[in-house]
Design a protein around this ligand. Structure first.
Ligand code: GUN
Ligand code: FE
Length: 493
C-alpha cells in the first residue's frame, strides 16, 4: 500500500551479487567494505564469474545504485516533438502537433497498413525509435509503457528495438477509428481493421519474446473520443480472451474539454471511467494516463477494478491540463506511477517528472477543484510529495502499476536487477587555494569534482545527497544501467 508506506532512504555499502542465470539479486554482504574483506568474501564463495555478477560502486565518486526508473506512459513516435507544444490545450495540440508526426510512421508503399515486417517502417521512424529507446535508457528508464502509432510495421519495430537494446517494455499499437474525431490521413479504416492490426502486433511481440520476459504487448485504444463504441467493446473482449489477459492502456480525464466531449459522445455513460468500464477496459492490468480531473466516484471504481493511474505532471503543466491530486488518489487506494507522456511532456527523463510531481503537489492545495474534491480549504501539508515520495513513485510505485512490485522497483533479495549506477562526483575539494586559483584550475580543465549540475561540498548527509540529485541530477549522473541483470547502457565518457 503505497499511501501508508513511508519509504526510508538508507545508504548501505558492501557488495551485491546478481545471478547471471535469471538476473535476480542472489544476495549481498554489507560487511565487505575494503579490499581485504572483498578478497576474503570472494574466496569464501564457491560460485564462479559465470554464475554471478558482482556489482560495486565507487564511494570516492559518491556512486550509488538506484532502482531503474519506470515510465508508465510514453509516446515513442512523439519524441521528435520533444519541447514543441506551443500554447494549445490537449485537443488542438493533438491535431496540430501530434497526429501529423505519428502519421509519418506509416509506409507509403503500404497505405492499407497490411504489412507486419518492422523493416517496412520508414527509415526516419526507425531512427526515432532507436533514439527513444537509447535516450530513455540513458536517463535510467529500465521499463517503459509505450504508445506507438496505428502502423503495424512501426509498432513491431519499436518492440524489436526495445528487445535489441534490452529495455523492459510494454508496446501498444494505437487504435483510433472515429472519423469525427480522427483526421482522415491518420485513422483505422474500421474498428475491425484496427482490431485485426492489433492482433498482428500482439502475435509479433509474443513471438519476439514468447515468455514476455522483457517485452509485452498492450492493447491501446487512444482515448474514448478517438474510438467507436464497437472498437472499445471489441478491444476489451480481445484483452480478456488471452490467458493471462492482455495489458490495456489509454488516457482518462486529462483535460476539461476532453471530458465534456466524452460526455457528449457517450451520453449513456455516467462518467468517463464508466465508458471504459462498460467496454471491459477497466481491469487490474489497465494503465490510465493522467486522471487529472477524476471524481471521487471514478477513483473508487478504478480502485475496485484494480486499474492503475500514470501521473504525468510535466505534460499536465505543459498542456495546461491541470493539477492532478496524487496524494488524494493514493489515499483512495489507487495505485499511481509516473509517466513522461513524451511529447505532451517536454522531457524523456523520469527524474524530471519526479521534480514536476513534487512541485505540482506543493501548489495543488490552492486550486478550487482540489479544495472541492478533498473538502479541505486549508492544507495540512499532507498533500505534498517530498523527495522520498516521488522517488518511490518513480520506482516501486511504477512497479505496482505494471504489476511487478515483487520483481522490480527495489533491491530486495530475489528481485530482478533492473538498476542504475548514479555518480554524483567527488566532493569539491576543501582546498586552501583561493576561489580565484580554483577558477584558473577549472579553466585549464582540471577536475574539480562535480558531475553535471550536482555539486557536493562534503557536509551533506546521505539524505541531502539524494535531495541534491533529485532536484538537479540528469543523465550525466547515470553511469550504467542494467535490465534483468544485463548491462544495457554505459555513459559516454
Ligand atoms: N489523449 C489522446 N491522445 C493523446 C496523446 O497523444 N497525448 C496526450 N497527452 N493525451 C492524449
Ligand atoms: Fe499520453
Amino acid at each position: 500500500d503505497s499511501s501508508s508506506a513511508k519509504p526510508k532512504l538508507a545508504r548501505t555499502q558492501g557488495v551485491l551479487w546478481v545471478s547471471s542465470d535469471d538476473g535476480r539479486i542472489k544476495g549481498y554482504d554489507w560487511q565487505v567494505k575494503d579490499d581485504a574483506s572483498f578478497q576474503s568474501f570472494l574466496s569464501s564463495h564457491s560460485w564462479t564469474e559465470a554464475d554471478v555478477t558482482i556489482v560495486q560502486s565507487n564511494d570516492e565518486q559518491n556512486e550509488f545504485f538506484f532502482p531503474g526508473f519506470i515510465d508508465t506512459h510514453i509516446h515513442a513516435p512523439q519524441y521528435p516533438n520533444l519541447g514543441l507544444f506551443g500554447s494549445k490545450g490537449l485537443l488542438d495540440w493533438l491535431n496540430e502537433y501530434t497526429f501529423p508526426v505519428e502519421a509519418s510512421f506509416g509506409s507509403e508503399s503500404d497505405p492499407e497498413n497490411k504489412d507486419t515486417d518492422p523493416k517496412d517502417t520508414p527509415p526516419e521512424g526507425l531512427r526515432v525509435y532507436d533514439e527513444v529507446v537509447s535516450k530513455t535508457l540513458a536517463h535510467g528508464t529500465t521499463c517503459a509503457s509505450y504508445f506507438a502509432t496505428i502502423h503495424v510495421p512501426a509498432t513491431n519495430a519499436l518492440a524489436a528495438l526495445c528487445h535489441k537494446h534490452g529495455q523492459r517494455a510494454f508496446v501498444g499499437r494505437v487504435c483510433m477509428d472515429n472519423p469525427d474525431q480522427c483526421p482522415s490521413y491518420y485513422i483505422d479504416q474500421s474498428a475491425d481493421e484496427g482490431l485485426n492490426a492489433t492482433i498482428r502486433t500482439i502475435d509479433y511481440i509474443q513471438k519476439l519474446d514468447p515468455n514476455g520476459t522483457l517485452i509485452n504487448p498492450i492493447v491501446t485504444p487512444r482515448f474514448a473520443p478517438s474510438c467507436s463504441q464497437h472498437s472499445l467493446d471489441s478491444l476489451g473482449k480481445l484483452a480478456a480472451s488471452y490467458n493471462p489477459p492482455l495489458w490495456i492502456q489509454t488516457h482518462i480525464s486529462e483535460n476539461t474539454d476532453e471530458i465534456a466531449l466524452v460526455q457528449k459522445l457517450f451520453p449513456e455513460s455516467s462518467s468517463y471511467a464508466d465508458v471504459y468500464d462498460k467496454a471491459g477496459l477497466l481491469t487490474n492490468r489497465t494503465i490510465l494516463a493522467h486522471g487529472v480531473h477524476l471524481t471521487k466516484e471514478e477513483m473508487t471504481l478504478i480502485r475496485e477494478r484494480g486499474s492503475k493511474v500514470s501521473h504525468c505532471p510535466a505534460s499536465n503543466s505543459a498542456l495546461g491540463s491541470g493539477l492532478a491530486p496524487v496524494r488524494f488518489m493514493l489515499d483512495q487506494g489507487v495505485a499511481v506511477g509516473l509517466g513522461t507522456d513524451v511529447a505532451g511532456g517536454y522531457s524523456a527523463s523520469i527524474l524530471e517528472v519526479a521534480r514536476q510531481a513534487s512541485l505540482v503537489s506543493r501548489v495543488v492545495q490552492y486550486s478550487a477543484e482540489y479544495q472541492e474534491l478533498t473538502g479541505k480549504k486549508t492544507s495540512d501539508g499532507s498533500e505534498k510529495l517530498l523527495v522520498d515520495d516521488v522517488l518511490y513513485l518513480a520506482t516501486r510505485g511504477g512497479a505496482a502499476v505494471v504489476d511487478m512490485a515483487d520483481d522490480i522497483g527495489g533491491f530486495d533479495k530475489g528481485m530482478i536487477w533492473d538498476a542504475q549506477l548514479i555518480e554524483l562526483g567527488a566532493i569539491i575539494p576543501n582546498s586552501t587555494a583561493s576561489p580565484l586559483d580554483m577558477a584558473t584550475l577549472a579553466g585549464r580543465g582540471v577536475e574539480t569534482g562535480s558531475v553535471g549540475n550536482v555539486d557536493l561540498f562534503g557536509n551533506e548527509t546521505w539524505q541531502e545527497q539524494i535531495e541534491k540529485w533529485m532536484w538537479s541530477g540528469d543523465d550525466r549522473n547515470v553511469k550504467n544501467v542494467w535490465v534483468q541483470g544485463k548491462l544495457v547502457h554505459t555513459r559516454d565518457e
